[in-house]
Design a protein around this ligand. Structure first.
Ligand SMILES: [Zn+2]
Length: 265
């Protein structure tokens, strides 16, 4: 049905564009996503607020996290596995329980989140959720609406530094105004289950985070918690999806998570 609607919009507008791999009507090209992601990355790297752990200083951390990321990418469930960068960076801030993704597959994880979670499956669930936001091109779909296609293209080409700065801050969550809709969050949760169903990780790993956050309360609301839907509904939806797929919800025997935590600064 999604494709039918998409084709209808396409043919009736006679635009020189098409639906993307996930049947979304997006004028921005997949290459533009990567270009914009690179611009946002340059912005984040140049901003001293984000203390990025370097791969040369923390090889063990990156080897572990990239292994997890690759296992999810190899699920065969992502539309842009080959096209996007799927580059992962760790930000040193123990007070932030967050992770975020930029267009084009640049993923950022805070040390606070890694330390907060108890096992690999929990983090894999959150990572799956963030990979899904990038793969479903949620940010670009939001930005296209907010800025218009032409302005957004200029930003991706580096022609509007102040707008780029604003977008980077919005994506990283320090500036309000770009929160995902309920539907986008649901979709990212559901995709996480689907991706993880093809890995060694518990396919409902994303739910564990919400359960833990509910139990303990407090903390800065992370991107994947957003403002809505509420955690209980999300736990329920994630578990419903896992039931539907009949996928394995038992914890993996990944024993490297404790070593990952102790390798962090
Ligand atoms: Zn999210």
């Amino acid at each position: 049905m999604k494709r039918l609607i998409c084709l209808f919009v396409f043919s009736s507008l006679l635009l020189a564009t098409s639906c993307d791999e996930n049947n979304n009507f997006i004028v921005f090209s997949v290459q533009d996503d990567v270009a914009l992601g690179q611009q946002v990355k340059a912005e984040i790297m140049a901003n001293p607020e984000y203390k990025i752990l370097s791969e040369s200083q923390y090889p063990q951390v990156y080897a572990y996290l990239n292994g997890m990321k690759n296992e999810i990418l190899n699920s065969g469930k992502l539309a842009y596995k080959e096209e996007f960068a799927w580059e992962l960076h760790v930000i040193h801030d123990d007070n932030v329980l967050n992770a975020f993704a930029t267009p084009g597959g640049y993923i950022y994880i805070y040390t606070g989140l890694i330390k907060y979670l108890d096992n690999a499956d929990d983090l894999a669930g959150v990572l799956g959720h963030e990979l899904a936001h990038a793969d479903e091109r949620h940010t670009v779909r939001n930005l296209q609406k907010a800025y218009g296609v032409n302005a957004l293209l200029a930003i991706a080409l580096g022609q509007n530094p102040s707008a780029l700065q604003e977008i980077a801050a919005q994506i990283a969550g320090s500036l309000a105004g770009l929160s995902f809709s309920r539907d986008f969050e649901r979709e990212a949760d559901a995709n996480s289950v689907e991706y993880l169903s093809q890995t060694k990780y518990a396919c409902n790993g994303a739910a564990t985070f919400f359960i833990k956050l509910e139990e303990q309360g407090g903390g800065q609301p992370p991107e994947f918690l957003s403002t809505h839907p509420n955690p209980e509904n999300r736990i329920e939806d994630i578990n419903k999806k896992a039931e539907e797929l009949d996928c394995d919800t038992s914890l993996s025997n990944d024993t490297g998570y404790a070593s990952l935590k102790s390798a962090l600064p």
